[in-house]
Design a protein around this ligand. Structure first.
Ligand code: NAD
Ligand code: UDX
Length: 460
C-alpha cells in the first residue's frame, strides 16, 4: 500500500487553512505543511496570538494551537513542501473568469494549472495529487495531462476530494462531516486518502466514486443548496403581496420529510465565494455541451438571487418616500453570513451600491469585517470613484454609533449580537419615522413595532 507521511497543501485560504488544521489535529503522525504565495497570509497563520489568524472561524484557534509546531506548519516555501510531500492537496482559488472565453461564467483555472506545472517540474518522487479546490468536471484530465507530460518520469495519481464545509461552522463541519467524498481511478491512492480521514470520520461516511462523479457532485451540491435559497426567496416575494408569512410557509413545507427543514431561510440573497461561482460554472459547462435547457434552468437560481438583492434595496427606497438622497441608513452587518469575516459576494455590497447610486449616506457596523475590506469590496465594483465611496459610506466600530441619528436601519447579516441590542434606546436616538429593514428576518418584528419602529422584513 502507498504510505503517506508528509502532506503538503497549496493554498492557505478559507478551505486549505481549516481543513489542514483538522487533518493535522486528528493525525499527529502525519506532517502537514500548508503553503501559500501570500507571505502576509502565512505570517498571520503563524501569529502566536490565534485571535489574529487570517480568517475568523469559531473553534479554529484551538485546533491551530493544538497542532501548530507539532505536525502542522505554515510556510511560503512552496517548492520544499512539494518536493517532500507524498500527498499534495491543491486548495487554491478558482474564481469566475473576468476575461476572455467564458468571462463572467467559467472557472478561472490559471492558479490550478500553475500548481500542476510547478508540481510536475520539481517532483522527484511519486505523488498523490488531490483536488481540494472546486473544479469543473473533467479537470483531472487536464491535470493528468500536465503532470504526465512535463514531469520527470515520476508517477502521479490524481484524486478528487471536494470540500463541503460552510464558513462560520467550518470546524464543526470538518470534525463531523455528513460525508467525505473521494473520487479516483487508483484504488491504492484512494485508500491512502481514506486512511487520512478514517482517523476521525466513520468509515461509512467516506464515499468513494469515480473522478468525474466526485468533481461534478461538488458543483451539484452547491447548485441544489443555492436553489433552495432562491426557491424560498421567490416565495418570499409572493408572501409579501398575499399576506402569507414566509417563515410559516417554510416551516409548514419543511415538516415534510421529503423536503426537509434546513436551508429554507428567506434572506436578502445568498452570498459567499461559492454558490454563484459554482452555479455559473455549471451553467457554462452545460452550455459547452449544448445543453441549453439545463443551463437556463440553473441560471435562473442566480438571476432570482440578483433580483432579491435589488428588490430589498428598492423596498428601502420606496418605503422612504422614494428618495434616500442625503438620508442616513445604518447597515448592521457586511459579511455574507454570520460568524465569518468573509465578504465575498455578500448581498450587503450590492444593496449598498444600489443605495449609493441614489446618494444615500451609509454607516456600516460589522463585528468582524474591517473598514479596509468594505471599501475594497465597493471599489471593486467600479461604480464610482473610490473617494466618493469614502465620502458617502463610513464604517464604525461601535454599533450604537452606527445607529445614532439615522433615518433607517438595514440588517444585512444575521449576527446574533444584533438581537441583544437595546432597541428602545436605539429608537430614541433615531429620526422619525424610524425604519427597520430586516433582510434576515432576525429581529422580533412585533416587539419593534410596539417600540414604534416601522418594521419591514423579507417575506412578511
Ligand atoms: P482563498 O482565496 O481563501 O484561498 C486560496 C489561496 O491560494 C490564496 O491564499 C492564494 O494566495 C493561494 N494561491 C493561489 N495560487 C497559488 C499558488 N500557485 N501557489 C501557492 N498559493 C497559491 O480560497 P478558498 O475560499 O480557500 O477556496 C479555495 C477553493 O476551495 C476554491 O476552489 C473554492 O471554490 C473551494 N471551496 C471553498 C469553500 C469556502 O467556503 N470558501 C468551500 C468549499 C470549497
Ligand atoms: C456553501 C455550502 O453550504 C458549503 O457546503 C460549500 O462547501 C461552500 O458553499 P458557505 O457559502 O460558506 O457554504 O455558506 P452557506 O451556509 O451555504 O450560506 C451561503 C449563503 O446562503 C449565505 O449568504 C447565507 O446567508 C445564505 N443562506 C443560507 C440563506 O439565505 N438562507 C438559507 O436558508 C441558507
Amino acid at each position: 500500500p502507498m504510505e503517506v507521511k508528509k502532506i503538503a497543501c497549496i493554498g492557505a485560504g478559507y478551505v486549505g487553512g481549516p481543513t489542514m488544521s483538522v487533518i493535522a489535529q486528528k493525525n499527529p503522525d502525519l506532517q502537514v505543511t500548508v503553503v501559500d504565495l501570500n507571505a502576509e497570509r502565512i505570517a498571520a497563520w503563524n501569529n502566536q496570538d490565534v485571535s489574529k489568524l487570517p480568517i475568523y472561524e469559531p473553534g479554529l484557534g484551538a485546533v491551530v494551537e493544538e497542532a501548530r509546531g507539532r505536525n502542522l506548519f505554515f510556510s511560503t516555501d512552496v517548492e520544499r513542501a512539494i518536493v517532500e510531500a507524498d500527498m499534495i492537496f491543491i486548495s487554491v482559488n478558482t474564481p469566475t473568469k473576468t476575461y476572455g472565453k467564458g468571462k463572467g461564467q467559467a472557472a478561472d483555472l490559471k492558479f490550478i494549472e500553475l500548481c500542476a506545472r510547478q508540481i510536475a517540474a520539481i517532483s522527484t518522487t511519486d505523488k498523490i495529487v488531490v483536488e481540494k479546490s472546486t473544479l469543473p468536471v473533467r479537470t483531472a484530465e487536464t491535470l493528468k495531462s500536465i503532470l504526465d507530460n512535463t514531469g520527470n518520469g515520476v508517477n502521479f495519481h490524481i484524486l478528487s476530494n471536494p470540500e463541503f464545509l460552510a464558513e462560520g461552522t467550518a470546524i464543526a463541519d470538518l470534525h463531523a462531516p455528513d460525508r467525505v467524498l473521494i473520487g479516483g481511478e487508483n484504488t491504492e491512492a484512494i485508500n491512502a486518502l481514506v486512511q487520512v480521514y478514517a482517523s476521525w470520520v466513520p468509515r461509512e461516511r467516506i464515499l468513494t466514486t469515480n473522478l468525474w462523479s466526485s468533481e461534478l457532485s461538488k458543483l451539484v451540491a452547491n447548485a441544489f443548496l443555492a436553489q433552495r435559497v432562491s426557491s424560498i426567496n421567490a416565495i418570499s416575494e409572493l408572501c409579501e403581496v398575499t399576506g402569507a408569512n414566509v417563515d410559516e410557509v417554510a416551516h409548514a413545507i419543511g415538516q415534510d420529510s421529503r423536503i426537509g427543514s434546513k436551508f429554507l431561510k428567506a434572506s436578502v440573497g445568498f452570498g459567499g465565494s461559492c454558490f454563484q461561482k459554482d452555479i455559473l460554472n455549471l451553467v457554462y459547462i452545460a452550455r459547452s455541451y449544448h445543453l441549453h435547457k439545463v443551463a437556463d434552468y440553473w441560471e435562473q437560481v442566480v438571476l432570482l438571487n440578483d433580483h432579491q438583492k435589488t428588490r430589498f434595496a428598492e423596498k428601502i427606497i420606496n418605503t422612504m418616500y422614494n428618495t434616500v438622497n442625503g438620508k442616513q441608513i445604518a447597515f448592521l452587518g457586511w459579511a455574507f453570513k454570520k460568524d465569518t469575516n468573509d465578504t465575498r459576494e455578500s448581498a450587503a455590497i450590492y444593496v449598498a451600491d444600489h443605495l449609493l447610486d441614489e446618494q444615500a449616506n451609509i454607516i456600516v457596523y460589522d463585528p468582524q469585517v474591517t473598514a479596509e475590506q468594505i471599501y475594497k469590496d465597493l471599489d471593486g465594483l467600479g461604480s464610482r470613484p473610490p473617494a466618493q465611496n469614502r465620502a458617502l459610506l463610513t464604517v464604525v466600530s461601535d454599533p450604537y454609533q452606527a445607529l445614532s441619528g439615522v433615518h433607517a436601519v438595514a440588517v444585512l447579516t444575521e449576527w446574533d449580537e444584533f438581537k441583544t441590542y437595546d432597541w428602545s434606546l436605539i429608537k430614541q436616538n433615531m429620526k422619525r419615522p424610524a425604519f427597520v429593514f430586516d433582510g434576515r428576518k432576525l429581529l422580533h418584528g412585533a416587539t419593534l413595532q410596539t417600540l414604534g419602529f416601522t418594521y419591514y422584513a423579507i417575506g412578511e
